[in-house]
Design a binder for this molecule. Structure first.
Ligand SMILES: [Zn+2]
Length: 284
């Protein structure tokens, strides 16, 4: 099937209390691993593409890979811009074939974030593309984004509710204590914020920085209204650990397929585990 917007599975996820995973594309092997995992688990899935990954892979290659994956997988796949930084980059992705976009205006004052996000929603909805907005500041490092722990700020629930009422984004990312990248300790998630916002808006909540969050906290957050969870770091760790292991054992190996193939399997296993944890398996 063709690429779908994230609204294609939002209602089913809400009704049956599961979350759909966003797994970021880094190259061909990531694309294949995520697709195979989703197909085997009969789960919808979201390909996340950061601006950095887009520069690395090339916009045309990214869309072509995602389309090929969607057409052969037999499961609904959304191709989603992760942390889009401007109206221009959002439009570039939509024109190239993305089925979903995130506009991250979280570093702007609330009024400005609302105004800019509304523009994105209007343009995207006109062509059937879903939109994720963000409020609050998620800490950690992800590609071009780097937020110091001391500058990370949880979302104010009243502001988040107002943001949704005025923008009508399809998915709402709010900072609730998770962070991008690897955690030093255990993240402290504010379930109260998730609960209060989820009760008052129709859009599912998005949890960024899903790597390394304990299983119980993930399950609890889904019960409170999280409908999308982003994972990238754990896949990168599994991929690179496998390549290190193979090259350490066989220093003379020169065929990239001999280490990228097993790395792809390692990523696939992580994704399958997350899909089951999020409860989106056997929903297709
Ligand atoms: Zn993020």
């Amino acid at each position: 099937m063709p690429l779908v917007p994230m609204t294609a599975f939002a209602e089913d996820a809400k009704k049956h209390k599961y979350a759909v995973g966003q797994f970021n594309l880094n190259n061909l092997e990531f694309t294949q691993a995520i697709t195979e995992a989703a197909a085997e688990e009969k789960s919808p899935v979201i390909f996340g593409v950061s601006e950095g990954a887009m520069r690395y892979m090339g916009l045309e290659y990214t869309v072509a890979m995602a389309k090929a994956a969607a057409e052969t997988s037999g499961v609904p796949i959304a191709l989603h811009l992760d942390h889009g930084s401007s109206f221009e980059v959002v439009m570039k992705c939509i024109r190239a074939g993305f089925s979903s976009v995130m506009f991250d205006g979280s570093h702007y004052p609330l009024e400005e974030n609302i105004r800019l996000t509304k523009q994105v929603v209007e343009a995207a909805h006109a062509v059937g593309v879903s939109v994720e907005g963000e409020l609050g500041t998620i800490g950690g490092v992800e590609d071009d984004l780097s937020v110091d722990e001391k500058d990370a700020a949880l979302a104010n629930p009243a502001d988040a509710i107002r943001f949704w009422e005025e923008t009508k984004v399809d998915y709402m990312a709010i900072a609730v204590g998770t962070a991008h990248g690897m955690y030093k300790g255990e993240p402290k998630i504010s379930f109260e914020i998730i609960d209060e916002v989820a009760r008052n808006i129709a859009a599912p909540i998005v949890l960024h920085g899903g790597s390394g969050v304990p299983d119980e906290a993930i399950k609890k957050s889904i019960q409170f209204g999280v409908g999308k969870i982003n994972v990238n770091t754990e896949n990168q760790v599994a991929c690179t650990a496998k390549i290190r292991e193979i090259l350490a054992a066989k220093p003379n190996e020169i065929d990239p397929r001999k280490y990228l193939g097993p790395a792809r399997e390692a990523i696939k296993e992580v994704v399958k585990g997350k899909i089951r944890l999020f409860g989106s398996n056997n929903r297709i």
